[in-house]
Design a protein around this ligand. Structure first.
Ligand SMILES: Cc1cc2nc3c(=O)[nH]c(=O)nc-3n(C[C@H](O)[C@H](O)[C@H](O)COP(=O)(O)O)c2cc1C
Length: 199
């Protein structure tokens, strides 16, 4: 599928076929493509909880306004960020780059994040946004539908998935075979949203 077709066809799907099983190969292909998403300083902050246990799904649905996507999608990913990933052996993120690049980037990376938890969190969330979008477009290409979700109690989900300290939940993405028709699309005209040079 062309990227633009995937972009056009993607919708935030409200109901999924609860009987459809996604193969292990597809799951692997989906995530292997999604991790090609860009990340700030190539830190790859994303940590993904792939919620498979139906009991876990049911528990999350209870704190997610009862949204059926949580239990019915073939896959439910809780996208989390490791807020300390910037200082966990950062040399590995740049190991394949030429030495002069490493010598330049690694001190910059440290300077950028050290002592600035807000910056670390913002960067992690930006990165999770791009990761999730990549995941949804790849899902589309693989013949699946998706729904990004933040309609849930973050603290309760953190408890259910045993989120470690210094990690943050960004949002969830449900992936599966959509059923039923999406609501009509609704977007502001580009002309109302774009400013040339200044606000
Ligand atoms: C961060 C985020 C959180 C969202 N949370 C939910 C959600 O909890 N449940 C839901 O059904 N849709 C959710 N949506 C989907 C939006 O409502 C949807 O993308 C928007 O209405 C536009 O529809 P479309 O994606 O089909 O074009 C979320 C979207 C984003 C980006």
């Amino acid at each position: 599928m062309e990227v633009i077709a995937a972009v056009r066809n993607r919708r935030a799907v409200k109901s999924f076929d609860p009987h459809h099983k996604m193969s292990d190969e597809t799951r692997q292909a989906l995530l292997e493509a999604a991790v090609l998403a860009p990340s700030a300083y190539n830190i790859q902050h994303w940590r993904i909880v792939d919620v498979r246990d139906p009991a876990q799904r049911a528990a999350i649905r209870e704190v997610a306004w009862g949204q059926t996507q949580v239990t019915d999608a073939s896959a439910l990913y809780v996208l989390c960020a490791d807020l300390n990933a910037w200082q966990e052996e950062p040399t590995r993120y740049w190991a394949t780059s030429p030495q002069p690049v490493q010598d330049f980037v690694l001190p910059k990376l440290d300077e950028y994040y050290r002592g600035k938890p807000e910056v670390a969190r913002d960067e992690a969330m930006r990165t999770l946004g791009i990761f999730g979008m990549t995941l949804m477009l790849v899902a589309q290409d693989l013949g699946y539908d998706s729904c990004p979700m933040d309609g849930f109690d973050f603290d309760a989900v953190a408890k259910i998935i045993r989120l470690p300290a210094d990690f943050a939940i960004g949002y969830m993405v449900a992936v599966g075979k959509g059923t039923g028709n999406a609501w009509p699309r609704n977007r502001e005209a580009v002309e109302k949203l774009v400013y040339i040079d200044y606000f």
